[in-house]
Design a protein around this ligand. Structure first.
Ligand code: NAI
Ligand code: MG
Length: 499
C-alpha cells in the first residue's frame, strides 16, 4: 500500500483501489470472503504489496453461482428484451471509455505494463468489445428448417438459440481487463449470467469493472466477480454442479484440469490456451516492415501473449539482416516501470514468471543457444527481463518447443521454402502464425496449410472484436470473438410442430 504514495499523478479512484481492501461482487453487493481471508496483489515493478483483496473459495463460489442461477431463472434479466440488454452492454462500453485513465493506471500497477500502452490498447479495446457485443444482443437468431422426409406444410420446424445458462469464466493476468471483456461481452449478449474469477496476480481491474457493471444498471447477480486462487476458487468454479459452462483462458496444463473438473456435470467447456506461434519471413518480404513487425510480434506485452510470435523462421538469404534488425529494435526498447512515460516494456507480472522465463534462458544457453541481445534479468528490483533474441537453437530445445511467455524469440534460418510449413506446424500448439512475403500466391498458399487459428499476413497481433480467435490442436477448444463465440454461449433448440 506504500506504493500508492510513491507514484505521481495517480488517479483518485485508483488510490482508493490500492488503499482499501477490495471486496468481491456477489449478487450486486460488495462482500468479504466467507472465510474472512484476504490475499495480496503485488506491483511487479517493485515487488511490493499493491492492495489486499478478499480471497474467494468454494463457499464464495457457491454463493455467487446461486446468485447467478437466481438471476438467470427468475430475475429481471430473464425477462429483459434483447434491446434493453444491448443498451446495458453499450453503456458498459461507454463507462469504460469514461474511466479510461483509471483502468489504464490499475492495469499498469497490477500487471506491470506501460501506462501508455494500456491507454491505447487494453482499455479502448475492452470498451470496443462491449460496444460490438451490444449489437449482437438483438441478432441471436435461429432458422426455419424444411423437413426432408415430410410433405410440405405437414410440419413447421424451426430452431431457437437460447442462453446456455450460468457461466463460469476464469481469466489470466496478461490482459486483465480485456480478457474480462472478451468473456463477458458474448455471455451478456446471449443472456447468460456469470461468475467471473480474475487471476490472483491481477484482480483489481475486474473489480473496478464490477462497479461499472452495477452503475450501468445490470440487475443483481447477472455478473458476480470472485477473486481468488486457481487451485481453490478456480477449481471450485470449474467443478460446480450448477454451472452450465466454463470458459477458460490460461495454460494448457490448467486447461486439462478444467476439462476434468467439468466432467462431473458435463458442463460445456471452451478453452483458449498456450501457443508457440511461428512467424515466417520469406526472402521476398518487405524487410523494412517485417523487422519491426517481427520485433513487436514477440516483444508486445513483454512476450506475455498467448499468440506471441516466438518462433521466428527467416529465409537464409535475409537471416543476418533480419536478426540484426530485430536485435537493434530490442536494444531500443526502454524497459522501465510502467508509470515511467518512457517505458516501452515493464516488468513481467510476477516473481514466478520471472523465474520461469529466466529458467528458459538458462536452459537454452546451457544447450548451446546464443543470445544476440538480452538473455538475462534486468536489475535486481522488480521482475524485469531484457528483450532477448536467441540463435543457434534446434527443434529439440525447450526454448524452441515450449511456451516461454516472456520477451524471448528464437530466430531460426531456413533454406528450403517448401519445408517451412512442416516446420511451422511442428508444435503441439496451433494458436497463431505470421507470414511475411510480397508474393500474394505464396502468402495465401502458406496460410492455407498452417494449422493455426489465426494467420497474419504482413502484419501481426491485429485483433478486432469481429475477428474470431482461438486455437487448433492443444491451443484450445472453440473460438472467442466475432459471431463464432455466440455458439459457445447458446444452446440450439429445435421445435417441430405438426400443422
Ligand atoms: P494458469 O493457467 O495457472 O492461470 C490462469 C487462470 O487459471 C488464473 O485465473 C488461475 O487462477 C486459474 N487457475 C489455475 N489453476 C486452476 C485450477 N486448477 N482450476 C481452475 N482455475 C485455475 O497460468 P499461470 O500459472 O498464471 O501461468 C503459467 C503459464 O501459463 C504462463 O507461463 C503461460 O505459458 C501460460 N499462460 C497462458 C495464457 C494465455 O493467454 N493463453 C495466460 C496466462 C498464462
Ligand atoms: Mg499484481
Amino acid at each position: 500500500m506504500a506504493t500508492a504514495a510513491l507514484i505521481p499523478s495517480i488517479d483518485s479512484n485508483v488510490s482508493k483501489f490500492v488503499s482499501q481492501t477490495q471486496k468481491m461482487l456477489i449478487n450486486g453487493k460488495h462482500v468479504e470472503a466467507a472465510s474472512g481471508k484476504t490475499f495480496a496483489t503485488y506491483n511487479p515493478a517493485t515487488g511490493e504489496v499493491l492492495a489486499n483483496v478478499a480471497e474467494g473459495d468454494r463457499e464464495d463460489i457457491d454463493r455467487a453461482v446461486k446468485a447467478a442461477r437466481a438471476a438467470f431463472e427468475s430475475g429481471p434479466w430473464s425477462r429483459m428484451s434483447p434491446a434493453e440488454r444491448g443498451k446495458l452492454i453499450w453503456k458498459l462500453g461507454d463507462l469504460i471509455d469514461k474511466h479510461l485513465e483509471e483502468f489504464a493506471q490499475l492495469e499498469s500497477l497490477d500487471n506491470g505494463k506501460p501506462l501508455k500502452v494500456a491507454r491505447v490498447a487494453d482499455v479502448p479495446l475492452s470498451a470496443a468489445h462491449f460496444h460490438y457485443y451490444a449489437g449482437w444482443a438483438t441478432k441471436i437468431e435461429g432458422n426455419t428448417i424444411p423437413l426432408t422426409m415430410a410433405a410440405p406444410l405437414k410440419y413447421l420446424a424451426y430452431t431457437v438459440r437460447e442462453p446456455v445458462g450460468v457461466v463460469g469464466q476464469i481469466i489470466p493476468w496478461n490482459f486483465p481487463l480485456l480478457m474480462a471483456a472478451w468473456k463477458l461481452g458474448p455471455a451478456l449478449a446471449t443472456g447468460c449470467t456469470v461468475v467471473l474469477k480474475p487471476a490472483e496476480q491481477t484482480p483489481l481491474s475486474a473489480l473496478c469493472l464490477g462497479e461499472l457493471i452495477q452503475e450501468a444498471g445490470f440487475p443483481d447477480g447477472v455478473v458476480n466477480i470472485v477473486p481468488g486462487f486457481g487451485e481453490t476458487a478456480g477449481a471450485a468454479l470449474a467443478a460446480h454442479p450448477d454451472v452450465d459452462k466454463v470458459a477458460f483462458t490460461g495454460s494448457t496444463e490448467v486447461g486439462r484440469l478444467i476439462i476434468q473438473a467439468a466432467a462431473g456435470n458435463l458442463k460445456k467447456v471452451s478453452l483458449e490456451l498456450g501457443g508457440k506461434s511461428p512467424n515466417v519471413i520469406l526472402e521476398d518480404a518487405d524487410i523494412e516492415a517485417a523487422i519491426p513487425g517481427a520485433a513487436s510480434a514477440i516483444f508486445f506485452n513483454h512476450g506475455q501473449c498467448c499468440c506471441a510470435g516466438s518462433r521466428l523462421y527467416v529465409e537464409k538469404k535475409v537471416f543476418d539482416k533480419v536478426v540484426d534488425g530485430i536485435a537493434k529494435q530490442a536494444e531500443k526498447i526502454q524497459v522501465k516501470q510502467g508509470f515511467d512515460p518512457d517505458s516501452d516494456m515493464g516488468p513481467l507480472v510476477s516473481e514466478e514468471q520471472l523465474n520461469r522465463v529466466c529458467g528458459f534462458l538458462e536452459s537454452g544457453i546451457k544447450e548451446g543457444a546464443k543470445s544476440i541481445v538480452g538473455g538475462a534479468r534486468l536489475g535486481d528490483k522488480g521482475y524485469f527481463v531484457k528483450p532477448t533474441v536467441l540463435v543457434n537453437t534446434n527443434q529439440k530445445m525447450k526454448v524452441e518447443r515450449e511456451e516461454i511467455f516472456g520477451p524471448v524469440v528464437t530466430a531460426i534460418p531456413f533454406s528450403d521454402p517448401s519445408e517451412i510449413v512442416a516446420r511451422a506446424n511442428d508444435s503441439v500448439y496451433g494458436l497463431a502464425a505470421g507470414v511475411w512475403t510480397k508474393d500474394i500466391k505464396k502468402a495465401h498458399s502458406i496460410a492455407a496449410k498452417l494449422r493455426a487459428g489465426t494467420v497474419w499476413i504482413n502484419c501481426y497481433n491485429v485483433f478486432d472484436a469481429a475477428l474470431p480467435f482461438g486455437g487448433y490442436k492443444q491451443s484450445g477448444w472453440g473460438r472467442e470473438m466475432g459471431h463464432e463465440v455466440l455458439e459457445q454461449y447458446t444452446e440450439v433448440k429445435s421445435v417441430c410442430a405438426a400443422l
